[in-house]
Write a protein that binds this ligand. Sequence first.
Ligand code: ZN
Ligand code: ZN
Length: 415
Amino acid sequence: MSNFYGMKEEDIREYARLIVRTGVNAQPGQEIVINCPVEYYEFGRLLVEEAYEAGAGEVIMRWNDTYDNRQFFLHASEEAIDTVASWRAESYNYYSRRGAGYISVAGADPEAYKGVDPDRMQRREAVMERAVKEHYHLMMASEIPWTVAAVPQKKWAARVFPELSEEEGMARLWKMILKAVRIGEGDAVKAWEEHDRMLKEKCRMLNEYAFEKLHYQNRIGTDFTVGLVKNHIWEGGSETAGTGVVFEANMPTEEIFTMPDCRVAEGTLVSALPLSYRGNLIRDFSLTFHEGQVVDYHAGEGYEALRSLIESDEGSRRLGEVAIVPYSSPISRMNTLFYNTLFDENASCHFALGRCYPTTVAGGASLSDGELKAAGGNLSVNHVDFMVGTADLSITGIREDGEEILIFENGDWVR
Ligand code: ZN
Ligand code: ZN
């Protein structure tokens, strides 16, 4: 193993094992699909070994490559952009139907798609989403177990640590990733269990309050009220798949989140961190809402990418996720902009434009799209997180009878 930049071999292996066991929680005989960028092939192979070690019936490795994908977006014919071959769609739908578990290895160059026509990417995503609808639905409803974890990539490391050499940057990013997923400080599986208990406790508290609205305020200009759907559920940490298997969809994870009422949002949200969207960076942006819809928006950089996101479809102008993360979370304390949603969203309170998570409303997993929409849930081809949490953020919960309870102050839980 040469590709791990001085990290301890046993720590890297433990990480792979944690992804397989605590992340997707592979079961004997189960099919495990791994999406792994080609440049991480050594880590990908460790995942394969660990998945078979856990008893997987078959491990299906899908190597992918942002270089190849970029060439496709730049040069493929219009017909190719708008067409998904049935065998390609079926290669997702087939395994999902059979209850496969999915591991995705993240960490690509945040600017891999800079300069690519965002409308071509948008069209491709929409046609892909329709083709693999069955797979997508099972995943979004957490019927099948899935997990996303990150491995450093050279261009990503260079972006995060432009002042360091390639070697130093990769080593530093590896260290931070391992720390964020609680490797190297004793029993990682146990540490995850404890962390999971804490997240579940916050969910229990907010579920009891059953707020109608949340009001956000800070000094960079956020003054924003969002409605929550009736019978919303705060979720965080582990989830339970249709088969009863407990899995962690994101590694790391520090957030608890629920379903906003996509018809109720008033005021302005100001970004606290840049957003890396389809390989483009959007900086210093703000979104102003009225009656749940974005009615005005600005960006210091990346306005076109923001426009393309917001104008993708009706649901991209509305919210699908509200998430709370303390400013004191371990990733936040690293005080590093990762240019990667998996890390940045766990460093900061955030919202998502686009599709809601059906599981964040009571009985939501069995609702049709129409029923979900009637309940205030948002539908869209997109689900894009953006960060609003600052060190001075406060959040006040408003109950149906008008009672106001301060739950978050100076970027952290009040209790
Ligand atoms: Zn989130
Ligand atoms: Zn999200």
